[in-house]
Design a protein around this ligand. Structure first.
Ligand code: G3I
Length: 353
C-alpha cells in the first residue's frame, strides 16, 4: 500500500473522536487506563493515604502515587504527635512535604486528623494523667492545636477529618480524654474552631465500622443531627472502610451513606482497604477485587459521595500486617507495585446511574 493510501485507510479506521460524540452520563468510550483517568470519567476524587518516608525515599512509590491519585491524605504526618511532639515545638516538615508534593501533582488534600484519642503527644497525655494539665487548660490546648494547624494550611486542604472515631462499638460516646475532661461539647467546639481557622475547608466526622455497625451508625447520625440543629459547621461524613474478606461485605453500606447524605452531608470513603488471612490465593484476590468494586459502586450510587480514598496503594507499605496477625495483602498493588485484580476491578466500574 502506498503511504498516502495507508494514511487515508488509517484515518477512516479510527472511530469518531469521543469528545465530538458528546457521550451521555455513564457512557465511556474506552476503559480508563489508570485511577486518575477513572476519577475523571466517574467525577469522583480518588485518593490514597501517603507514607511520607516512602514518598521521600522511594522513586517508585512517588511515581505511582502521583500517577494514580488526585487526592491524598497523610497517613501519620498530620497527627498531633507528629506535628507537636514537644509542647510548643512544631515539626511541620513531613506535613509540608505532603502539601508541596500535592501542589506539584494537582492533588487535593484530606487533612487527617485534628482530634483523636490515638497518636497524641506524650506531653499531653501524661500531663492530663498526672493532673498538671487541668480541664480549662486542656480546652485551651485543643483550641490552639486546631487553630494553629488549620490556619497553617488554610486554602490548601479540601477537607479535614475534624474528629476521628468518637463513638464506641456499642454506640456509646468514646471515653477519651476529650469526653472525660471536656464533656460532650468538645465535638461542637472542634468544628467551630476549625471553621473559624479556614471557612472554606469541608469539615468531616470520620469513623470505622460505620459501614455496618448499627449502634455506631445511629449514634453518629444523632451527633450529626444535634450539631446541625445547633448550626455547627459540619459538612461531611467519612467512612473509613477497613474491610476484610473473611467478613461479609457490608451490603447495606449504600443505604447508610444515603442516610447521612439526607442530613445534607458530603460522603467520603476515607481509608478503604480489604485485608485477607494469608497466604494470598487467586480466589482470595478475586473476592478482594469484588469488595473494592462494590465499595466504589456503592459510593457512586449516592450522589453526595464525592471521594474514595484507599489507605495505602501497595502491599509494600500497609498498616495491616503490623496490626492483624497473619493478615495482609490489603491494597490494590502487590509488594512490587504490580496491579492486583482489585485494581483492574476498579478500572472496570462504570459511571453513576
Ligand atoms: O514514628 C515511629 C517511629 O519513630 C518508630 O521507629 C516506629 C517503630 O515501629 O514507629 C513509628 O510509629 C508508628 C507510626 O504508625 C508511624 O509509622 C507506630 O508505631 C504505629 O503504631 C503507627 O501506626 C499507625 C496507626 O494509624 C496508629 O494508630 C498506622 O501507620 C496508620 O496507618 C494508622 O491509621 C489509622 C488512621 O489514622 C485512623 N483510622 C484507622 C487507621 C488504621 O489503624
Amino acid at each position: 500500500m502506498k503511504p498516502l493510501i495507508l494514511a487515508l485507510a488509517l484515518v477512516l479506521a479510527v472511530p469518531a473522536s469521543p469528545a465530538s460524540a458528546h457521550p451521555g452520563p455513564g457512557h465511556h468510550p474506552r476503559p480508563a487506563k489508570d485511577l486518575r483517568q477513572l476519577s475523571q470519567q466517574l467525577h469522583i476524587k480518588i485518593g490514597s493515604a501517603v507514607d511520607i518516608a516512602s514518598l521521600r525515599d522511594e522513586p517508585m512509590y512517588r511515581k505511582t502515587l502521583n500517577r494514580e491519585f488526585n487526592h491524598v491524605t497523610a497517613e501519620n504526618a498530620m497527627k498531633w504527635e507528629s506535628v507537636e511532639p514537644e509542647r510548643g515545638v512544631y515539626t511541620w516538615d513531613d506535613a509540608d512535604a505532603l502539601v508541596e508534593n500535592a501542589r506539584r501533582n494537582h492533588q487535593q488534600i484530606r487533612g487527617h486528623t485534628l482530634l483523636w484519642h490515638n497518636q497524641l503527644p506524650a506531653w499531653l497525655t501524661s500531663g492530663v494523667e498526672d493532673g498538671s494539665i487541668d480541664a480549662t487548660e486542656l480546652r485551651e490546648i485543643l483550641r490552639d492545636h486546631i487553630t494553629t494547624q488549620v490556619r497553617r494550611y488554610k486554602g490548601k486542604i479540601r477537607a479535614w477529618d475534624v474528629v476521628n472515631e468518637v463513638v464506641e462499638e456499642d454506640g456509646s460516646m468514646r471515653q477519651s480524654i476529650w469526653l472525660t475532661h471536656l464533656g460532650p461539647g468538645y465535638i461542637a467546639d472542634a468544628f467551630r474552631w476549625a471553621h473559624k481557622a479556614d471557612p472554606h475547608a469541608k469539615l468531616f466526622i470520620n469513623d470505622y465500622n460505620l459501614e455496618w455497625n448499627a449502634p455506631k451508625i445511629e449514634t453518629t447520625l444523632n451527633i450529626v443531627k444535634d450539631l446541625k440543629a445547633e448550626r455547627v459547621p459540619i459538612h461531611g461524613i467519612g467512612f473509613q472502610g477497613h474491610l476484610g474478606i473473611q467478613y461479609d461485605y457490608p451490603g447495606d453500606w449504600a443505604n447508610v451513606m444515603q442516610r447521612f447524605a439526607d442530613l445534607g452531608l458530603e460522603v467520603a470513603v476515607t481509608e478503604l482497604d480489604v485485608r485477607m488471612v494469608l497466604p494470598v490465593t487467586p480466589e482470595k484476590l478475586a473476592t478482594q477485587a469484588d469488595y473494592y468494586r462494590r465499595a466504589l459502586t456503592d459510593c457512586l450510587s449516592v450522589r453526595a459521595c464525592r471521594e474514595l480514598t484507599v489507605w495505602g496503594f501497595t502491599d509494600l507499605h500497609s498498616w495491616v500486617p503490623g496490626w492483624f496477625d497473619g493478615e495482609g495483602a490489603a491494597t490494590l498493588m502487590d509488594e512490587n507495585y504490580a496491579p492486583k485484580p482489585a485494581y483492574k476491578a476498579l478500572l472496570s466500574v462504570k459511571g453513576r446511574k
